[in-house]
Design a protein around this ligand. Structure first.
Ligand SMILES: Cc1cc2nc3c(=O)[nH]c(=O)nc-3n(C[C@H](O)[C@H](O)[C@H](O)COP(=O)(O)OP(=O)(O)OC[C@H]3O[C@@H](n4cnc5c(N)ncnc54)[C@H](O)[C@@H]3O)c2cc1C
Length: 616
């Protein structure tokens, strides 16, 4: 049922309720973990166990599009980043979901995809089979499209490439409401010469365009990995989900069997079981996997589970006094996210109604309109509360914003870039980073790939998001108490010299949007602090104070790259030099695409399930 109450009886609450072994043991019942669990159990021939740190959240507000992730603090891990030197020495709360469904349960539901070039870049880094044409069938397989009615399509110019969707379990829908001010915002981009692609969802994701939300059109509630994948898997006898248990380690044995190994490796190391801890009683148990252990604990937790198991960069593992198992220097490095700031302005002459009228913290809040909107949604499942964070955004290539992109991607900046890397980088990691840097710089100069995004909804403030960072962060276990403390996360935002320069340019460019004639009709006025940032030096000061390191889109910490370029998994998603261990979550993404991550994570997980099935 879309309300999520039906299958609670099938959830396991303690280790005693489990079998001794399963064909597949999946670590993390978040977005990717539930996709893979559903696909591996669907033909009924293999047994699957998912072990999830969080619980099922059956509160109604998790399903409401308008609630927004911020109010769901109960469903997040509670930890912070390391001090970020370039962001005025501040720390930031980490956005990592701790609930069945993971990020898909708490995110802003915008279901956009990156440009074809963003995925083709993964292939270029040494991952055959991972270009956009390879992924498109999986974008299709995971989603079913619902367009809004014809009047809304015409009024707002909503165009979609229906062939880019299939009949998958995630509903990609356009809600039956859009805010009228959005039209002026879209037109302002067009006045600036920004194109409006008709096939954004099939690879042409550069320009100003519409994108669906992950919304069930039968009820206008959140469509996410739990409702779409878990709920249909839950009645199967061969599928178990254990909640409120934390996986601690993966255990390995030396195997004498001759299974095919990734990349002609000679290793005989086989992942055979996991240890996990009841979050209440703290009792530790073990369960075995006959075929594969599948890591899906997300970008922050998958690397530390490997490190706790002795797999990673040995100096770090030694310092934590963990027995060495396998040296893989790429574990926990290469962290990337979409840093952003909120571009704050007021509309003096906004059209009515507008989203500020629903915002209690805005002086434009209107109680009568608010009550009407609540009643419309509650009684008729329609009106403004069917809208999640946004369905419109400008995804702009750098050459739209900057006349001469060479000033940013110049060799001078590149020459300095090596000093931006963490001191722990080995030679292979440095070589891998050089490949990534060249690839990103070439995409920054390309009109076929976006460098910045500004989603908007008619509201008087919009995020300004940097899509192609070159700074690289780290995730590592706390050597003092590796099994008790959360991962140490250092985003290292703005460590690479190009990133700050890029952000200054896109900040300046965003001003042109306010100045476009269509936009001026809404009377946009920047808040004093932002308006006063005029020179590059002033903008830099503002950015260091206002930029946040993460949009919740963290990737890259167990990257799919060649082993001698700092990779952790190969294109078959198996951890190098091991048997029976794969990774399927956002951590394998080597380069962050120019889109929110949700749609991409579904496609990656669908493809992962096919790869795992094929080798079984
Ligand atoms: C606040 C927020 C807003 C976002 N907004 C959008 C958006 O609007 N659009 C969009 O497309 N994307 C958005 N994203 C990004 C997207 O949701 C994520 O990229 C995606 O969900 C990541 O999926 P995953 O499977 O890699 O990890 P997750 O979904 O995070 O799954 C990891 C799971 O592993 C569990 N886990 C962790 N450690 C352990 C352990 N030791 N033992 C057992 N279980 C463990 C966690 O509890 C979690 O359930 C947002 C993300 C966040 C956090």
């Amino acid at each position: 049922s879309p309300t999520g109450y039906r299958h609670i009886a099938n959830i396991k609450r303690s280790a005693a309720e489990l079998a001794e072994s399963y064909d597949y043991v999946i670590i993390g019942g978040g977005q990717s973990g539930l996709v893979v669990a559903d696909r591996l159990s669907e033909d009924g021939t293999k047994t699957v166990l998912v072990v999830e740190y969080g619980d099922i959240d059956n509160n109604k507000d998790i399903l409401l599009p308008s609630t927004g992730a911020a109010s769901l603090g109960r469903d997040f891990f509670n930890f912070s980043t390391a001090v970020n030197y370039h962001l005025n020495n501040k720390t930031f709360a980490i956005q990592a979901a701790a609930v069945v469904g993971g990020g898909s349960a708490v995110n802003g539901m915008l279901l956009d995809r990156g440009a074809a070039e963003d995925y083709d870049n993964w292939e270029k880094l040494g991952n055959p089979g991972w270009g956009f044409e390879d992924l498109l069938p999986y974008f299709r397989k995971s989603t079913t499209l619902t367009l809004p009615n014809k009047e809304l399509q015409q009024e707002f110019g909503i165009v979609e490439d229906e062939s880019a969707y299939g009949d998958g379990p995630i509903y990609a829908s356009y809600p039956p409401w859009q805010w009228p001010g959005t039209k002026a915002q879209v037109n302002a981009w067009k006045e600036l010469g920004v194109k409006s692609p008709a096939k954004a969802s099939s690879g042409d994701a550069v320009g100003v365009f519409w994108a669906p939300s992950a919304l069930d059109p039968r009820t206008w509630t959140r469509s996410y990995a739990k409702t779409a994948y878990h709920d249909r898997a839950a009645p199967r006898d061969n599928y178990d989900l254990l909640t409120k248990h934390e996986v601690l380690t993966i255990k390995f044995t030396n195997s004498s069997t001759h299974d095919p190994l990734p990349n002609n490796s000679t290793s005989t190391l086989r992942a055979t079981s996991i240890t996990f801890r009841n979050r209440g009683t703290r009792e530790v148990s073990t369960v075995s996997a006959n075929k594969e252990i599948i890591l899906a604990a997300g970008t922050f937790h998958s690397p530390i589970i490997l490190q706790r198991s002795g797999v990673g960069h040995f100096p770090l593992i030694d310092r934590a006094k963990i027995p060495r198992v396998l040296e893989v220097p790429g574990v926990g490095v290469n962290l990337q996210d979409h840093a952003y700031m909120t571009r704050q302005y007021d509309y003096n002459t906004n059209v009515s109604p507008n989203p500020d009228m629903l915002d209690r913290s805005s002086p434009k809040f209107n109680q009568t309109f608010y009550d009407w909107a609540q009643a419309e949604y509650t009684n008729h499942q329609r009106g403004p509360l069917t809208v999640a964070t946004a369905n419109t955004a400008a995804f702009l290539s750098l050459n739209t914003a900057v006349a001469n992109t060479d000033t940013i991607t110049s060799s001078t900046s590149r020459a300095r870039s090596q000093i931006s890397l963490p001191g722990t980088y080995t030679t292979s990691l440095r070589i891998g980073f050089n490949m990534q840097e060249s690839t990103v710089l070439s995409s920054l100069s390309s009109p076929a790939s976006a460098a910045l995004a500004i989603p908007f909804t008619g509201k008087s403030s919009s995020p300004l998001i940097m899509l192609k960072p070159l700074s690289r962060g780290t995730v590592s276990l706390d050597r003092a108490a590796p099994f008790e403390t959360p991962p140490l996360v250092d985003f290292r935002t703005f460590y690479h010299p190009v990133d700050l320069q890029l952000f200054i340019e896109i900040f300046k460019f965003s001003r042109k949007w306010f100045e476009a004639p269509a936009h001026r009709k809404l009377g946009p006025v920047e808040t004093a602090m932002q308006k006063n940032a005029v020179s590059d030096a002033q903008i830099e000061l503002l950015l260091r104070e206002k930029v946040l390191p993460s949009s919740g889109d963290a990737v890259g910490t167990c990257a799919m790259m060649p082993f001698n370029r700092g990779g952790v998994v190969g294109p078959d998603l198996r951890v190098y030099e091991t048997m029976g261990l794969s990774i399927v979550d956002a951590s394998i993404i080597p380069l962050i695409p120019g889109a929110h991550l949700g749609a991409t994570v579904y496609a990656v997980a669908e493809k992962a399930a096919d790869l795992i099935k094929a080798r079984a």
